[in-house]
Write a protein that binds this ligand. Sequence first.
Ligand code: IPM
Ligand code: MG
Length: 362
Amino acid sequence: MRPIKICVLEGDGIGPEIVRQAVRVLKAACDARQIALYFNYALLGGAAIDVAGTPLPDATVAQCKASDAVLLGAVGGEKWDSLPSALRPEKGLLGIRSALGLYANLRPATIFPALQSASPLKEEIIRAGVDILVVRELTGDVYFGEHARKQENGYETGYDHMQYSTFEVGRIARNAFELARKRNRRVTSVDKANVLETSRVWRETVTRVSQDYPDVALNHMYVDNAAMQLVRNPAQFDVLVTGNLFGDILSDEASMISGSIGMLASASLGDGTLGLYEPIHGSAPDIAGKGLANPLATILSAAMMLRYSLDLPELADAIEKAVESALDVARTADIRDPALPVYSTDEMGGFVAGKVKELLEK
Ligand code: IPM
Ligand code: MG
């Protein structure tokens, strides 16, 4: 097998410390199978603003494009909050997603058996099972429409243009149906077609694409209802496909069902195999550098990388199993359990790396 090239974007806040643990786990997995890995570090977000004066330097885009996959920590922090919008760290994140054509954002929300009690939902709701894959469109919608400010009737007025084309909706819908085929063959498409024209295009297009997938059940849901159904009866969802803005909101809600946002991974994919993998939580500057951060979401993102970009499902399985074992042995502070020791970021990463090695060398 040829050597694998991974571009690493540590980002800000807890980014560097959680990414370090994911790199360690990837190395342990690939070492066990004699697969050569190269890590190439590039700047994104606040870290890039500080060094290069821009949240997304051209060199970062070039380095990502020359890689097999991208591993990202998190971006942002108070330090850069007062900068004009084009210079904010978040702009770097949106920019890299768009520059790499990563229009499909996969955010699985599942409950680890060991963490059931961490969910804020009642036990009887959780017991019905939670295994949702949020498929969020990532390079369109109001996120990438024109943003402007104008004086109108004497008032300063903000504009954000929302749009979706049948092309954009068609390709994300296909993604969702293909993914549903590998799961429980149900797709819920979420929109606001009772109000928005973009949503009417969305709904018509998803319905049209569904004709090519007669083996997958499709239902449509308005976004307000979906927000309610996610906490009322999450077991009804298998694949939930939606636009960029609704997906941003609903994926945070879905993640909380699992008890800790510190556990959830994501993959951003385009038409090729190049993908970007990041935890869905933020950069948590308040706990940065203290060894308190939970590295498991980033480690699980590395597992998704092995599965979706690198075609190494055996290694992905080993990492996911190792994370489950870790939860029985110790916890990071965010998911603390009185019966178990609290591990630092580094201890947790070390445990998972050791377990991965053990599982693969068995
Ligand atoms: C996310 C984040 C980003 C988004 C922000 C940081 C721009 O909330 O990845 O969900 O809105 O996409
Ligand atoms: Mg978000």
